[in-house]
Design a protein. Sequence first.
Length: 478
Amino acid sequence: MLTPQFLRPAYFAVLALVFVLGACGPKTPDIAFQPKAKWGEAKKPLDDLRELPQDAAAYIDKTKAEQPFLSAEAAKMRTEVYLERLFAPWRGGGNGAYARKSAMRSLSAYSRNLGYDESGQPRTKAWADRIVQNANLRYFANARRPAIAVANTNLRAIPTMDNRFGTPGKPGQGYPFDILQVSALWLGTPMLVDHVSRDGAWALVETAIAPGWVRTDELAYVDDAFIAQYHSRPFAAFVAEDVPLLPGPGKGLRAGVGTVLPVEDSDGVRLKIMVPVAGAGGRAETSPVWLTQGQAALMPLTATPGNVARAANQMMGQTYGWGGLDGKRDCSAATRDLLAPFGLWLPRNSAAQAKSGSFMSLEGMAPEEKEQAILRNGVPFGTLIWMPGHILLYIGQYKGHPIVFHNVWGMRTLEPDGTEGRKVVGKAVITTLRLGEIYPEVGPGRIMLNRVKGITLVAPSGGRDGFEPEGEAPEDGQ
């Protein structure tokens, strides 16, 4: 059990100090506050990935590095909201009708539009029929059993791990754009099981971000006693990637930024995390694991540019993964996980994230006007930049250009034969919104800046200003 000493102010001081002094990679020059170019002044196009340091800390105003952009009271309230939303599936809610309707719609859609497998071969009707039969939704069993993820797993649109890709050769249609992938679900994700497939291998579940199918061997059922014990603890969020937890096949069970688990105790230096595991009869138990404060931090971690930058650097250079495919992140998964340690809840997709704060429209502005509006109104490390199909985190400026952190698939191109293509980046990077402007096939006409619709301040508790984003472009990420 946690002792009163666990919550002493000295503990939090040590926690903050350890994370502040944590390894952040090699030192880079302080480049953020060079004299800004005059508005409208011609600027030489940047070669973003060669010129810009891939270190989020390089763009921080050093006088504000550890200055919170969220008050302690507001952070506490936001964390309460975060945990309330995360654990909502355990409180029940509907009768499973929404999950069933969503599952039936997906099965119907992919039975009509079969798509292609990973080798570019068309999927067959027999393939779809087997999945529909196994889903067994005609005999929808209203199981209504709360459960928890005991592995980093996948939320699927239909009960299969088979891929379903679009037309081979078209941009955004092949790997990694498996349209059946709804999201990755990290270890410890609460869920409500509504139905189990005919073969028992898949569960139709409700989660805080979406309904879908999860493999039953990667979840465990929870009862009232487990829920009461789990909820009685403070919670910690992981601030480092690839943290080893429990031994097992391959690299064993590991966790990364965005994973949220309860804390059982502390020795003043380390945190004793409660890791959910499957016990007898498929029921959830917990296994204690000691972690250093550089691996996990009590929620909410103070929302400062320095702390957000350190978490972003953990993801820097990671391979892009549509919908969390293969345990990787796309654009909205990166922003969602990045802000989790600070108690800032974001929905799963980019359009919904754009509504999660105080929104300012940039529509109708020229590219240079958009940049100036972002520099004037954006809060570095606390502002999202949205365009249909993509979301980015504003982190500062360089030579008069807004600088962003994002996990991006690629730049839209126009090939010599007139076809549309992609110049692939495929990883988490720091760029301007003019990424690719130096390439003739991209040029100033096809840069992301032209598609930016607005910015969202995620730290304020303000409303949504009636903002209704447009539909998304799947080839650019979720």
